[in-house]
Design a protein around this ligand. Structure first.
Ligand code: 13P
Length: 291
């Protein structure tokens, strides 16, 4: 059975000093391509949808296709709801069959973040074998409906981390460490590696309890990713890169074959581009052969 929650594969990744790619998809061709790439590499996988595609494509449709693909795959696969700010929609997706839920209450006050995250954690844990991700501090940039301006972004305070995890009941934890959603405006983004290392020591120093998530994967230089894994990151979220791969490959194929009307060929071009991007991420994350 290859349907898993995120925590179980991420505990293994943290112990093994590699990371699992968590890839945001916006359509079903992307979902298939991501799964095919992970199977090729025998890598554990997290498929993510933010709220917009979950509502547009239909959560039940997404979950059925996820289950069909995962049940026949020789690798563990999790379906994660990304950056959901609405407690009720988190619960709906837990009931629908998502296996990891991210409640993003990071823009709320510290106490309100804990309260809302706890509500989702308690609900999800009683609804099934579902793990829950929470965030402390805010990641700048735009991810679906969540927008955080650079000057509003706040890094996670290591002194609050142990209490946040304990009181919120989260299974996996995303501390803001300076990574950003979208394309980085500089080649050398300012990432607080030491902050992640400090947090990892506090949380997982005496045995892995709560795996750590790095948001804003697109555009991170490979050596940064390697260092973030060394510092304790075990889930890397990648969204913008796959959106670009989808649009660019569609545009490229149609531009070169303007007289052709064969949608299947456009899908193949998209799948190839997504598979290539995901395969490259798996190489950098070191998760090849870990499933
Ligand atoms: P990017 O769009 O920068 O890859 O970030 C993805 C992400 O963190 C989704 O939660």
């Amino acid at each position: 059975m290859s349907i898993v929650n995120a925590k179980e594969i991420l505990v293994e990744a943290t112990k093994g000093k590699y990371a699992v790619g968590a890839f945001n998809i916006t359509n079903l061709i992307q979902m298939e391509a991501v799964v095919e790439a992970a199977i090729d590499k025998r890598a554990p996988l997290i498929i993510q949808t933010s709220v917009k595609p979950s509502k547009f494509l239909g959560r039940d449709v997404l979950v059925s296709i996820y289950r069909t693909l995962a049940q026949s795959a020789p690798i563990p696969i999790c379906l994660h709801l990304d950056h959901c700010t609405d407690v009720d929609y988190c619960k709906v997706c837990a009931d629908a069959g998502y296996t990891n839920i991210m409640i993003d209450a990071s823009k709320q006050s510290y106490e309100e973040n804990i309260r809302l995250t706890r509500e989702v954690a308690d609900y999800s844990h009683s609804a099934g074998d579902i793990s829950v991700e929470g965030e402390l501090g805010t990641v700048s940039g735009v991810e679906d409906q969540v927008k955080v301006a650079e000057d509003e972004a706040a890094l996670a305070n290591p002194e609050q981390v142990a209490e946040f995890i304990e009181r919120s009941g989260v299974d996996i934890f995303a501390p803001a460490i300076g990574t950003a959603h979208g394309v980085y405006k500089t080649k050398n983004p300012k990432i607080d590696f030491e902050r992640l290392g400090k947090i990892a020591k506090i949380v997982n120093g005496n045995g892995v309890k709560t795996p750590l998530v790095v948001h804003g994967g697109t555009g991170l230089p490979a050596d940064y990713i390697t260092k973030l894994i060394e510092m304790g990151g075990s889930k890397f979220n990648v969204s913008t890169e796959l959106k670009h791969a989808l649009i660019d490959s569609t545009f490229g194929y149609i531009s070169e074959h303007r007289e052709e009307y064969d949608p299947g060929k456009v899908d193949i071009a998209v799948k190839d581009a997504i598979r290539k991007a995901v395969g490259n991420w798996i190489d950098i994350l070191g998760s090849e052969g870990k499933a």
